[in-house]
Design a protein around this ligand. Structure first.
Ligand code: HSE
Length: 453
């Protein structure tokens, strides 16, 4: 015990030698909040976890900006490599986002034997396996709880609490912006453009909403989650992706009449495929039964619904973005990585071999909702039904709406193979009685699935 230098006011012994020095790459709203938590709650963290932490160096792009964090001015530098290389920095937190220079900087940190904590979903979705391998060979942690679901603990439950479980399927709402927009469309009966403009004005949506609206953000998070849940490599480009741009208020209303709500979901499941098992990962709008737990996830909240072989159904719910929630995720990882560093231990063993093939969307089976604008004349319904039948797609439900110019048919199918449904749709639009294929949605249907029907 001779190394202990003092007993602090909390009654816990600490020493400068045992304190883990932290370097931050970036100090925007999330980074600044994480610095504030680490500095202002350091005594409490020490008392609760036995880990003494100190933020020692922070790299920022603009040195003149006030960050409102309890750090001396000389803690800041505009050179991020200086943070990584600083001998007083034992652990590196990355909150700059994007690929370059984050990938280079984290690679350098890991090579130097410094554990890394990151909230960077894009980096982990594209280069996660390489970084995990590097961390493994360096014998240190790379932790990324905040990269998926912000403040929702999901990476640690999947990789540690459920390490002995065999995950079957994940259905998740991983993007708050689109969930906010779809909630407003559902509850206020307004169209996407109107809600989006509103959300941008209120600061809920980015000026360039592409990453959210077109599903890129959710696809990156889905790739990370699927990789960990199924213990295989899933790259963000392996994720089939459709955004919400084509969702119309009319279909949102029709969904409600049929007992569904429209959500942008990420689905990952393990399915029999080509004489083996494959992982199918996709992000797209879907109709979810109002009885499904995910249907109650409103506004900008996120949730991950996981089905496991033994554990059954689990749901993780909370704020998927924002400074406070994301910073809490980062700080939890910092504490874990720091404790492991001091104990010369490592967190979960995560290198991911590509053990499962990726199933192409054409081979995925789903229920479908199809809305057709049709001629209002005898024989149309049987003609349309015949096309479904010829492609082996079975119809579960049909609704005929409107008269004359406004006539439309809404069909909900039983589970069908995506390629067969696409062939059906191609043939349907060639019928003279079909004026327009107005909408297609995949439907999560309780009928043949788990207990939520
Ligand atoms: N833009 C994301 C969302 C948060 O709307 O959920 C960051 O991943």
């Amino acid at each position: 015990m001779t190394e202990w230098q003092r007993t602090d006011e909390t009654g816990v012994q600490r020493s400068a030698a045992s304190t883990v020095g932290i370097g931050f790459l970036g100090c925007g709203t999330v980074g600044a909040e994480a610095v504030r938590i680490l500095q202002n709650r350091s005594e409490e963290i020490l008392r609760r976890t036995g880990v003494a932490l100190e933020v020692r160096r922070v790299a920022v792009r603009d040195l003149s900006r006030d960050r409102d964090v309890p750090l001396p001015a000389d803690a800041f530098t505009s050179d991020p490599l200086l943070v990584v290389q600083d001998p007083r920095v034992d652990l590196v937190v990355e909150v700059i986002g994007g690929i370059d220079p984050a990938n280079f900087l984290l690679t350098e940190a890991l090579k130097a034997g410094k554990p890394v904590v990151t909230a960077n979903k894009e980096l982990m979705a594209k280069f996660g396996p390489e970084l995990l391998e590097l961390a493994e060979s360096a014998g240190v942690d790379i932790l990324f709880e905040a990269a998926v679901g912000g403040g929702i603990p999901i990476i640690r439950p999947v990789t540690e609490s459920l390490a002995g479980e065999s995950a079957r399927r994940i259905i998740a709402i991983l993007n708050g912006t689109t969930n906010y927009i779809l909630t407003r469309m559902t509850e206020d009966g307004v169209d996407l453009a109107e809600v989006l403009a509103d959300a941008q004005r209120l600061g809920y949506a980015e000026a360039d909403p592409t990453a959210d609206i077109d599903g890129h953000d959710a696809a990156q998070k889905a790739a990370i989650l699927a990789s960990l849940a199924f213990g295989t490599r899933v790259h963000d480009e392996d994720v089939y992706r459709e955004g919400i741009r084509d969702v119309r208020a009319h279909d949102v209303e029709m969904a409600a009449r049929l007992g569904y709500v429209v959500k942008l979901v990420a689905i990952a499941d393990l399915v029999p495929w080509a004489d083996t098992f494959g992982v199918a990962v996709r992000v797209h709008p879907a109709m979810i039964p109002l009885t499904h737990p995910l249907a109650s996830v409103r506004l900008s909240f996120n949730a991950i619904f996981l089905e496991g072989e033994s554990v059954g159904e689990l749901m993780f719910y909370g704020r998927g973005a924002g400074a406070g929630p994301t910073a809490v995720g980062l700080v939890g990882d910092v504490i874990d990585a720091a404790r492991n560093l001091r104990q010369q231990a490592r967190g979960p063993h995560l290198p991911l071999p590509a053990t499962c093939p990726i199933v192409p969307i054409e081979d995925v089976h789903s229920h479908f909702y199809v809305r057709l604008e049709v001629a209002d004349e005898p024989g149309v319904l049987s003609g349309v039904a015949g096309v479904f039948g010829r492609h082996e797609v079975s119809i579960q439900k049909v609704l005929q709406e409107g008269r004359a110019e406004d006539a439309e048919l809404v069909l909900v199918t039983h589970r069908g193979r995506e390629a067969d449904v696409r062939a059906t749709l191609r043939e349907l639009v060639s019928l003279t009685a079909v004026k327009r294929l107005a909408a297609v949605f995949r439907v999560i249907n309780g009928e043949e699935e788990s207990s939520f029907s």
